[in-house]
Design a protein around this ligand. Structure first.
Ligand code: GLN
Length: 547
């Protein structure tokens, strides 16, 4: 364990092209360091100009991940939480847009004393301050720079890294470059040239990589590793291969098998490191070779881009690993159900999951899926919009309120089972105003809120606690005016947060739970989310019962 107070930094950059799994690589290194006893922090730098990804289309950007303190961030932060089993905050991710916004606001307030504002030093200083803030209280901060070396947007960040090398001692900082080693089939060769060029580009910008992590579809022979070490001027033991793994959670183990911590410990003067990865590797084994299996219907609308449900699909993997079970996902496009029977899609499934979402598209199909799960007593979990629609379905088909809907789809509806509250107190204790005309982005209920669980409920049973904390990202709420009618007909409110309905269950059903919160955001491999774990467990017993 490091005795020094000074935070050490590991900068992770990417070369050649994007989508190399830089985030997983960085998270894997962080996991090993954490299991070796260090306090590890992470920071994701996003070079795009958006102030946050909250208003970016999921088709454009994958999932919006929500932190405990209500920041809408890049989905990579989700990977970090899942690997490091720790909760991050808005200090763990920032964008170029945020940096410029602060600098321009400072300039308007005269904070730069009339100086000409420039990328160096004003923008780079702001970046540096934010990096240092993210590292406070940590032994090691892993800083991942989004994008690829050579991108115009990334330049101020690389310049900052270059400056930090001069300001900190040599052993306080390490640069890791993740690049691609393409395999050219016709030549039967792994090609090193793109990596050499990317490293040259980094050096031109004043950054010397201390380690190269090479993404490759094939194992890399030692002569190629040696060639790269020579041509890129890194030590041979610092050329690490990252071949495609059956699960992302195996990556830390594959790195450990290559003694990746040795050159890291040498560069950062960390002493001898012995990470304890026993529990982790047991879970990975259960992901790769599970002894049981269950099949869950995942009813959603962005099925072309499954990345937009990343946290949820990972949470199902975590639950499966902890139950030694393969969770097979059957993707069901809710729009397809609209013109067909739900049965034809759901009959072979052990559980039905209706995920969150925004907008009216596909909603009627989701309602049909919920009705099928309710009437046929199939384990059901509705998340956020999934809970809201479960209440609409119940109101329509059990209470007989045929016009029941959410104000999200019909602001003028006479039967707003789901409505918009004008005022609420946010996670920071501040009053927020939401109306139908308030601008998008700023009016969501975001982040962690306390929820009280009802004794004897499935929710209480899942958590074993009367008070739970989960994260939110929604604008509409369940309307308490209907509560009495719902409850007297068998749909019970089993979770409440400061007067808001947080969870509903159906009395006469083996396992039917709708939650307003997003349980998937707090699920980690070594600490699966209780709601999702309980759902998968019930689906599994449904499988067993059916056999
Ligand atoms: N669209 C719904 C709302 O805004 C649900 C949001 C969600 O599922 N994340 O309340």
């Amino acid at each position: 364990m490091s005795s020094k107070q000074q935070t050490k930094y590991i900068f992770v950059t990417g070369g050649v092209l994007s989508s190399l799994g830089k985030g997983i690589t960085a998270a894997s290194i962080g996991t090993l360091l954490k299991h070796a006893g260090f306090r590890v922090g992470v920071l994701k730098l996003d070079p795009y100009i958006n102030v946050d990804p909250g208003t970016m289309s999921p088709l454009e950007h994958g999932e919006v991940f929500v932190t405990k303190d209500g920041a809408e961030t890049d989905l990579d932060l989700g990977h970090y939480e899942r690997f490091l089993d720790s909760s991050l905050t808005q200090n763990n991710n920032f964008t170029t847009g945020q940096v410029y916004k602060t600098v321009i606001e400072n300039e308007r307030q005269g904070k730069y004393l009339g100086k000409t504002i420039q990328i160096v030093p004003h923008i780079t200083n702001e970046i540096k301050e934010r990096i240092v803030l993210a590292g406070e209280g940590k032994d090691i901060l892993i800083v991942e720079l989004g994008g690829t070396t050579g991108d115009m947007e990334g330049m101020p960040f690389l310049e900052t890294i270059h400056q930090m090398k001069h300001e900190l001692g040599k052993s306080e900082l390490m640069n890791i470059h993740v690049t691609l080693l393409p395999y050219i089939r016709t030549a039967g060769e792994l090609k090193t040239k793109p990596t050499q060029h990317s490293v040259q580009e980094l050096r031109r910008l004043g950054i010397t990589p201390h380690m190269l992590i090479l993404r490759s579809e094939k194992r890399i022979p030692s002569d190629i590793k040696r060639k790269i070490a020579y041509s890129c001027d890194v030590d041979e033991d610092s050329v690490i291969e990252a071949v495609d793994a059956p699960t992302i959670y195996e990556v830390p183990l594959l790195f450990m098998a290559q003694d990746i911590l040795e050159p890291i410990a040498k560069q950062l003067e960390l002493g001898e490191l012995k990470p304890n990865m026993q529990l982790w590797s047991d879970l990975v084994r259960k992901i790769i070779e599970p002894t049981k299996k269950t099949k869950i219907a995942f009813v959603g609308k962005y099925l072309d881009l499954k990345e937009s449900y990343k946290s949820l699909t990972e949470a199902l993997i975590h639950a499966g690993a902890n139950l030694d079970t393969q969770v097979e996902i059957k993707w069901v496009d809710s729009e397809k159900i609209e013109n067909n029977t739900a049965k034809q899609y759901l009959v072979d499934c052990d559980g039905v999951l209706v995920a969150g979402g925004f907008g009216e598209r596909g909603v009627e199909g989701k309602i049909k899926a919920i009705q099928y799960a309710r009437e046929n007593k199939i384990p059901f979990l509705g998340i956020c919009l999934g809970m809201q629609l479960a209440m609409v379905e119940f109101a329509r088909h059990v209470l007989g309120i045929s016009e029941a809907t959410s104000m999200e789809f019909n602001p003028e509806t006479k039967e707003p089972i789901i409505y918009l509250i004008d005022e609420f107190i946010d996670a920071a204790g501040a009053k927020q105003i939401r109306t139908i005309t308030s601008p998008k982005g700023g009016t969501l209920r975001l982040g962690e809120y306390e929820c009280h669980t009802l004794e004897g409920s499935k929710l209480r049973e899942a958590y074993g606690s009367s008070t739970i904390y989960e994260r939110h990202r929604h604008r509409y709420e369940a309307n308490p005016i209907y509560r009495e009618r719902l409850e007297s007909n068998g749909m019970i409110v089993t979770g409440e947060s400061d007067g808001l309905i947080e969870a509903v269950e159906i009395k006469d059903h083996p396992w039917f739970l709708g939650v307003q919160f997003h349980p998937e955001f707090t699920s980690r491999l070594q600490n699966p989310n209780p709601t999702i774990l309980a759902f998968v467990k019930t689906a599994l017993s449904h499988t067993d019962g059916a056999e």
